[in-house]
Design a protein around this ligand. Structure first.
Ligand code: MLT
Length: 341
């Protein structure tokens, strides 16, 4: 949603180039580039977001008006200094923990993201990880390919009639709850920002984190990464877990104490049966003790990686970028409240 903004449209800005430069770091759907080329005649330069030196070089050479990223590019003050004409940072996805929002606001740079466009894919990936852990699918697949028939060892557990605890009852948490209710699971949740009546209308009881850990057979994390949530699933909470618990994290790396969870899975008296983990600290250079355990199903940040979600995300973020460059206000911009004061 956009409305008028007093900022100048790009074409009327002094010294404006006929073909505005846009740097796309990370893999973003072609639909975003196509739309920006068609609507604005933009010149797109692509670069790998994890290649810090490459991103800085691309920004200095192209001097872009827009930068489009996913989670691999750390958008900080140094990066902003390399792009003096930058007007907008587009995040093709939800999480903005890789973007220094105050630094963008101080420079008058809008930060736009797509909070809903990949939610269904993220919710479906959570369910996929859960079923894979509950039914030992990764080990079943790799052992059969290795010529082993380990049928009796690979007995799993059902989701039916289990208690599932969701930490973070926002858009994705709610989609996951609905899907798990279809398995006839009881769903409880923890979220200090949600009104208990609204959770009750979704058939979900709000409880404390401690109670959730004690009573849930499955715990799924759906919180953003903030100072409040970083490391929230620590050794203390892990020790409280109900025996046999499965923990799923398709939200953000850094929320869980990986070493404590690995110990809980590994040791015979530890409460955890296994875990499904899609997101990691320090991606893509992942070093976690969880990767050594067969009870853990690990994926490389694939929650939003579907053709449909990427297409939707690409179109939506390109629309917001074009609006900012036309001089319009984007009220859903992450820093709208401070930027449009
Ligand atoms: C997101 O925050 O939307 C996810 O990290 C998706 C992604 O960028 O791949």
């Amino acid at each position: 949603m956009v409305d008028n903004f007093s900022g100048p449209a790009l074409s009327s800005a002094p010294g404006a180039r006929p073909h505005p430069a846009i740097v796309m770091a990370d893999e973003v759907a072609d639909s975003a580039a196509d739309q920006l080329q068609q609507e604005m005649g933009a010149e797109i330069r692509r670069v790998a977001g994890a290649d810090r030196a490459g991103v800085l070089r691309a920004l200095m050479e192209a001097d872009p008006v827009a930068l489009l990223v996913r989670s691999a590019t750390a958008v900080d003050a140094e990066l902003l200094r390399a792009a003096p004409q930058l007007r907008v940072v587009g995040r093709a996805g939800v999480g903005v923990d890789n973007i220094n929002i105050p630094a963008c606001t101080a420079r008058g740079v809008a930060v736009v993201n797509t909070p809903l466009a990949n939610s269904h894919s993220a919710a479906e990936h959570t369910i996929g990880l859960l079923l894979a852990v509950a039914r030992n699918l990764a080990v079943a697949d790799s052992s059969l390919r290795a010529g082993q028939w380990r049928r009796s060892e690979l007995t799993g557990v059902e989701i039916y009639s289990k208690t599932v605890g969701i930490i973070g009852f926002g858009t994705i948490g709610r989609l996951v709850a609905r899907r798990l209710q279809a398995f006839d699971a009881r769903v409880i949740a923890n979220d200090p920002y949600i009104d208990p009546d609204s959770a009750a209308r979704a058939g979900v009881e709000l409880v404390s984190k401690e109670e959730l850990m004690r009573s849930a057979d499955v715990v799924a994390l759906h919180v953003p990464k903030t100072p409040e949530t970083t490391g929230m699933v620590d050794a203390r909470l892990i020790a409280l877990a109900k025996p046999g618990q499965i923990l799923i994290n398709a939200a953000r790396g850094g929320l869980i104490d990986d070493a404590a969870l690995a110990n809980s899975i590994r040791s015979s008296d530890g409460p955890h049966r296994g875990a499904g983990i899609d997101v990691w600290d320090n991606e893509p250079d992942v070093h976690s003790p969880l990767l050594e355990l067969p009870q853990v199903v690990a994926t490389p940040h694939l929650g939003a990686a579907t053709f449909e979600a990427q297409e939707r995300v690409g179109r939506e973020v390109a629309g917001y970028i074009a609006a900012v460059l036309r001089g319009e206000r984007v009220p859903t911009a992450v820093n709208a409240a401070d930027l449009y004061r």
